[in-house]
Write a protein that binds this ligand. Sequence first.
Ligand code: TRP
Length: 334
Amino acid sequence: MARPRVFSGIQPTADSFHLGNYLGALRQWVPMQETHDAFYCVVDLHALTVSPEPAQLRARTRVAAAQLFACGLDPERSTVFVQSHVREHTELTWILLCLTGMGEAARMTQFKDKAAKYGESAAGVGLFTYPMLMAADILLYQADQVPVGADQKQHLELTRDLAQRFNHRFGDTFTMPEPFIPKEVEKITDLQDPTAKMSKSSSSPQGILDVLEQPGPLRKKIMRAVTDTGSEVLFDETNKPGISNLLRIQAALTGTPIPELVARYEGQGYGTFKKDVAEAVVETFSPIRERTEKLLSDETELDRLLAIGAERAAAVARETMAVVRERVGFLPKL
Ligand code: TRP
């Protein structure tokens, strides 16, 4: 039997991915290339919704792709590509937009949150239609499974609704994608505000651990992470959210269960514990940073790898679009 197909995307909106991205996405994607037919996309069209400078968008797209390869995605086994390299994404988006209700789109909580935060006028039509572009990404590749964080589940529901609507109206065309929520989705929070998610858009620089950061600053941020009253290393999300977050980080990076960590640090106070967490982070990130730097030092080679990915992706996308065009009634071009 053919391997199930997996599709996921990540936005090139920062100069580095952070620990939350690493645990929630990148690290989940790597083993799936052994079991799935994997497509991973740097979604630069989505990134355009926050109006980046052109040079910055270009640089961040390369940095994002380099980090994906540096984390262990193998261009031989996975299809890693840049969204704007495959024109079919925008073409299918238009067709899906024509199947989406105004109210349906207006109910997307991520849009509502962003519109509330930046003001209705700053939130453009691009941001409003972002979920339908995401649906196009997924449906173009006939993905069976889509690894996503909890914040993207509603977008996946919309994708399924649109697939079903299209299939019902025009005939069976799209595979119904299932969300793939990784077994232990580690909830990583801001080091300075451990009740808020670690996030590019809302965390302060001191609250976020970047994959490409040097060991010195990484250690410093962890040593200065907000901890809780008391001095015992205990897992207690309500009374000790800071320590609990650090425990989660260390458990995720070392594979040691939290109760075992708690037992190990009994009677030792926060200092030793934090030092060990810092080491676990540095040991994980340093090799990735070094490989990323190496990949970025040869842009021609990096761009060549992305061209191979784009070619493979486009072959699938073209096939889907040929069917879609015929089904919706576009006149064939002789
Ligand atoms: N919207 C997703 C996020 O912000 C990124 C994304 C775009 C995506 N297209 C996708 C994720 C397709 C999964 C599948 O995290």
